[in-house]
Design a protein around this ligand. Structure first.
Ligand SMILES: NC(=O)c1ccc[n+]([C@@H]2O[C@H](COP(=O)([O-])OP(=O)(O)OC[C@H]3O[C@@H](n4cnc5c(N)ncnc54)[C@H](OP(=O)(O)O)[C@@H]3O)[C@@H](O)[C@H]2O)c1
Length: 256
């Protein structure tokens, strides 16, 4: 079992701690956000709250869950060791920057957890490979090593499509609730309906095949899909993701 620390105890760290609790680890979280850190320590006996420096000094694996803008002020002053495993979940902070800010630590990796990590089953793309990530989260979450930092950044862009796609699903559910008068049942129906289609089937072009299966000429799906395409919705999503390229350090989109 591991000694695990969190620097930055906000939204995502809270989900990660919940995903680790009850599994024999010793977990230290930094004080801020105080409301989150005190709630976690009250709920889980293995979680304690400490100063940033004590979190680092008393942990073997340290997750960095800060906003990028404050990272240069916080990380260099902490007692990093060569034997630390450091795992950043932060957008907008590169591996090179982290190697500089967390020296002499060298086992440094980037990954992308999301809220479902609290219950397991959250895909965790990672670069470079991280034995520590595998050891602490790999039993309940698929760890997906990617080939380069740019590939990891591209996964960040895809994680950024959750909100626009959930916005559409919220609209669908609200429409159903207005018709039926039951918002809870509407959410449950929409979540199960889409969930049934979203289990990875391991074969190529899953989404294109699903679209083909929903393309009956004149059918409800084909009718609504044509409206989306005529309105340029797929183009809007693709160009929106492309607009994130400079921020994520990705090259311009290939023509065509
Ligand atoms: N939220 C997600 O689903 C998600 C998913 C993947 C990656 N991420 C990445 O994870 C990082 C954190 O995101 P978040 O959504 O968890 O944001 P957040 O809730 O704002 O968490 C950031 C935390 O850092 C704390 N903090 C500020 N100054 C600090 C200091 N000097 N020492 C220690 N902690 C300090 C903040 O505390 P105060 O509230 O007291 O200022 C806050 O709790 C970001 O880089 C984000 O890109 C987030």
């Amino acid at each position: 079992m591991a000694r695990i620390g969190f620097i930055g105890t906000g939204e995502i760290a809270g989900h990660m701690v919940r995903g680790l609790a009850g599994r024999g680890h010793e977990i230290r979280v930094s004080e801020r956000s105080r409301a989150v850190s005190t709630a976690l320590a009250a709920e889980f006996p293995e979680v304690s709250v400490a100063e940033n420096a004590a979190v680092v000094a008393q942990s073997d694996v340290v997750f960095l869950c800060l906003m990028a803008r404050i990272v240069p002020d916080i990380l260099p002053g902490l007692p990093w060791r060569a034997d630390h495993a450091v795992i950043s979940v932060m957008t907008d902070v590169t591996l090179d920057e982290l190697c500089r800010l967390c020296a002499p630590a060298r086992d440094i990796a980037l990954t992308i957890p999301l809220a479902p990590i609290s219950g397991g089953g959250c895909p965790l793309p990672v670069y470079p490979e991280s034995p520590a990530l595998e050891a602490v989260f790999g039993d309940r979450n698929p760890i997906l090593p990617v080939r380069s930092e740019a590939s990891l950044s591209a996964h960040f862009a895809v994680a950024g499509t959750l909100a626009p796609i959930l916005l559409l699903m919220a609209e669908v559910s609200a429409w159903l609730a207005r018709e039926t008068g039951d918002a809870t049942a509407a959410d449950a129906y929409v979540a199960s309906l889409f969930g049934g289609f979203l289990r990875p089937d391991g074969a190529p072009e899953q989404f294109q095949r699903l679209l083909t299966s929903l393309s009956t000429e004149g059918g409800l799906n084909a009718t609504l899909r044509a409206r989306f395409e005529d309105a340029g919705v797929p183009d809007l999503l693709r160009t929106g993701m492309d607009s994130l390229r400079p921020r994520l350090g990705l090259p311009p989109a290939a023509p065509g």
